[in-house]
Design a protein around this ligand. Structure first.
Ligand SMILES: [Zn+2]
Length: 157
């Protein structure tokens, strides 16, 4: 890492700190030539390959924005969205791939969104899976109903 002040080609780490969520490491560095200090942030590389073939860095904020649209008018809080996005990121990082395509990200969102809110799930799935007829909705709803019968909700009484 070049010194950003004098472009010296080396620097010494004087302090390392892991972020609260463990996803990044902040390092304080000192240039041995000009003695000035600067900070670097190290994260595991995770890029998204778009349909156009262009890549962009993975963004939790983009996940939240996409899911928020599907959750309009639904009883889903900002905390729920943040937790969902965090879970999606953990799932994606867990694959060990440095590059993911947009399709894989959509798939990773569908599972937890279904647990969160079935209406939002159907809205998201209809866009993501390009539903183009009532049959597609019927099939998705039939799957939801069948799964619900297999896993009856536990009632406390
Ligand atoms: Zn320097």
């Amino acid at each position: 890492m070049h010194c950003p002040f004098c472009r010296h080609s080396d620097s010494r780490v004087v302090d390392s700190r892991t972020s609260d969520d463990g996803a990044s490491i902040r390092r304080r560095r000192q240039c041995p030539q000009c003695q000035r200090r600067f900070t670097t942030i190290e994260t595991a590389s995770l890029a998204v390959v778009k349909r156009s073939g262009a890549t962009e860095p993975f963004s939790r904020e983009k996940i939240i924005n996409g899911v928020r649209k599907a959750c309009q008018g639904r009883p889903v809080s900002e905390d729920d969205l943040a937790l969902l996005a965090q879970g999606v990121e953990e799932t994606l990082r867990g694959t060990g791939s440095a590059e993911l395509d947009a399709h894989e990200i959509g798939l990773a969102i569908l599972g937890p969104l279904r647990e969160l809110d079935v209406v939002a799930y159907l809205r998201f799935a209809s866009v993501y899976q390009a539903f183009d007829s009532l049959d597609d909705f019927e099939a998705a709803i039939a799957t939801l109903r069948a799964d619900r019968l297999e896993r009856p909700e536990v009632t406390a009484d």
